[in-house]
Structures are given as C-alpha cells and as structure tokens.
Design a protein around this ligand. Structure first.
Ligand SMILES: Nc1ncnc2c1ncn2[C@@H]1O[C@H](COP(=O)(O)OP(=O)(O)O)[C@@H](O)[C@H]1O
Ligand SMILES: [Mg+2]
Length: 354
C-alpha cells in the first residue's frame, strides 16, 4: 500500500470520534482511490512508452525519407543523363536519316554525273581527232593547204572546249550539291528557283529508286509554272523536302502497282507522280501528287509525327515527313496533305514570299 495512504488509514483507524461504520466506508473509499491511482500510474507509464516508441519510429521514418530523397535525387540525375543521351541519339538519328537519304541519292547522283562526263569524254575525243586533222593539214605544202578548213577546225575545237568546260562545271555543281546535302550546319537563305530545284531533286529521286529496284516502274510529270518568282530559302533543305515527298510518292505508286492483280496492270493502272508549282497571292506552292495507295483517315494525322512509318523495317525511318514539316515551318511556310485511300495523295508545301 502507498505510504501516504497507509498514514491516512492509520489516522482515521485510531481516531475515536469516527464510528466503525464510518471507518469502513472510509477504508473502502481509500481503497478505490488507491486502485484509481494505480490505474492512472499504469496509464501514465503506457503513454510514456508510446511516446518513446513514437519518437523512435519518427526517427526511423525520417531516416527512411532521407534515404528515399537521396534515391530520388539519384534517379533524377540518371533521368537527366538518359534525356541527354536520348537527345544525342535523336540528333544522330536525324543525321543518319540525312546520310540514308544521301545513300539513296548516290545512285541518282551517279546517273546525273554520268551525263556530263559522257559529254566531256566525247568532246575531248572529238577534239583530239580534230587536232589530228589540223596537223595533217599543216603537214601539207603551203600551196595545197586549205586555210578555211584550218580556221573551221580551230573554231570547232574552241567550241568543243567550251562545251567540255560547261559540262565539267555541271558535274562540279552536282558534286557540290551532294556535299551541301550532307552538311550538318544550317545553310544560308538565298533567292531560289523552286522549279529548277524540283526538277533536279525529282530526277535524283527517280534515278535513285530505279537504280536500286529494277522492277520499279512509274512515270513522273512536271507541271511547273514558268512565271514562278524566286523565293528566299535554304535551297538544300527545300531540296530535301522535295526529295522526301517524291520518294514517298514513288513508293506509294510502286506499292499500288505491286498489289494490283497483273490483269489490272494490263488494264492500265499507270503509276504516276505529278510535281507542280504555282504562284499564289502570298507566295509559291509546290505540290507532289500521286495516284498511289493513299493514306487511311486514321493514319493521316500521324504521318508528320517523328518515327511514324507504315513501311517495313529497313524501308522507312518515319522521319521524312516530320523533318520536312520542320523545314517548311522554319521557312514560315506550311506543309499540308490531302489523300483518299486507294486513289492517291497530294502533299503541298507553301512558302511565303517575305
Ligand atoms: N504519298 C504517300 N502515299 C501514301 N502514304 C504516304 C505518302 N507519304 C507518306 N505516307 C505515309 O506517311 C508515313 C510517314 O512518312 P515519312 O515520314 O516519309 O516516313 P517513311 O517514308 O520513312 O515511312 C509513311 O510510312 C506512309 O504511311
Ligand atoms: Mg519517307
């Protein structure tokens, strides 16, 4: 029994003024008090324990949180790194897309260079023969020499040389254009004849595809506005756009030709790509129209997304249209699509005259 309570009980037990009955009541009350006190003490102890446990738990939680914070920090920096890697990989992909289309171009370029080279070879051989003739004439005696013939031959040689020079320059320009195409840095804007540009790149695309795929069989037509004004553009970039659009168009008509039953082919599905130019109120537009397999409605909105392709792996990167879109946008222009499944597609770029 509690010391103080014992004192209290002893006190009223010995008190003569308190009756036995009262003493009994008092003793009971004191005992109840004592058990209440014990209970309170117990509760207090428990609270104290809970408090201590909570404090420990809290400390643990704080430690855990700190660990988690560190982990998140690490994840963040890992994420940042992989974002950087991703960006680098993307830049590399764009570059390899460029190189891939350069590869596609190679066959076309070889074809284009072949032509001026033939001229250079033929005219130089011809000039050699002319010089032989000249020497023959010079070997003759003064009296029998035909001076008019000599003058004529010299004139021909001179003409040949200027043709050789002309075609040499043409080959030079083709090679320069090729180097331009593979450059990474942004080119300068310059007034450009889009008709000539379209003509050049359509031919490169056409001969490029033909050189790779012997079964490829399509026609193309140029419907160019002869009064088209020059526009201020980065020519090799717009050239890439034309190349991408025309490559896609040739692919689409070729696919349709391959999928139509051979009887149909005889009945005259004529794969055709038409490249046209036109002056508008605010600028110029260039359209690439094909009568290929067309684009299904649900795909139309995706075709400008990077990496979207419906072509088998190895045939498409899905970057052609997205890069083209960016290039046209960077020129303040617009690239739009019209298509009907099974019938064909038009892709049209509009470049404003600033
Ligand atoms: N002229 C077209 N006719 C039909 N589908 C086209 C045409 N041009 C583009 N497409 C569709 O748009 C997709 C994306 O084109 P693009 O960005 O050039 O990538 P890729 O040619 O590598 O697939 C193509 O895979 C094709 O489904
Ligand atoms: Mg493409």
């Amino acid at each position: 029994m509690n010391e103080q309570i014992k004192l209290l009980v002893d006190f009223f037990q010995q008190n003569k003024n308190i009756s036995d009955q009262e003493k009994e009541i008092l003793t009971k009350a004191v005992k109840r008090l004592e058990s209440d006190l014990e209970l309170a003490q117990f509760k207090l102890d428990r609270t104290e324990k809970v408090k201590r446990t909570t404090a420990i738990l809290l400390e643990e939680t704080i430690e855990e949180l700190e660990l988690k914070r560190k982990a998140i920090e690490e994840t963040n920096s890992a994420l940042e790194n992989s974002l950087k890697d991703l960006k680098a990989a993307q830049a590399q992909l764009i570059q390899s897309e460029k190189m891939a289309s350069l590869g596609e171009l190679t066959a076309g370029i070889a074809h284009e260079i072949q032509n001026p080279l033939n001229f250079v070879n033929n005219f130089s051989e011809l000039s050699n023969e002319l010089i032989d003739e000249l020497e023959e004439e010079r070997a003759k005696s003064q009296e029998s020499r035909d001076e008019t013939l000599v003058t004529e031959i010299l004139g021909d040689i001179k003409q040949n040389l200027s043709k050789i020079n002309l075609h040499g320059k043409r080959a030079d320009a083709i090679v320069k254009g090729m180097l331009e195409h593979s450059r990474t840095n942004k080119g300068e804007k310059a007034p450009t004849d889009l008709n000539a540009l379209a003509d050049e790149f359509v031919r490169l695309s056409y001969h490029g595809i033909r050189a790779k795929d012997k079964s490829f069989n399509a026609d193309y037509k140029l419907e160019l506005d002869p009064n088209l004004p020059k526009v201020n553009v980065v020519a090799p970039e717009i050239g890439r756009v034309v190349l991408n659009l025309v490559n896609n168009a040739f692919y689409a008509v070729n696919e349709k030709a391959k999928s139509s039953p051979s009887s149909h082919r005889d009945e005259g599905y004529k794969p055709e790509v038409v490249i046209s130019s036109k002056q508008t109120k605010k600028g110029v537009e260039l359209s690439v129209k094909d009568n290929g397999k067309g684009i299904p409605e649900h795909i139309k909105e995706k075709i400008f997304q990077p990496f979207f392709t419906t072509k088998p792996t190895g045939s498409g990167t899905g970057l052609g249209l997205s890069l083209s879109y960016d290039i046209v946008k960077a020129h303040g222009g617009e690239l739009r699509v019209w298509s009907e499944e099974g019938k064909g597609t038009i892709l049209r770029l509009h470049i404003p005259i600033s």
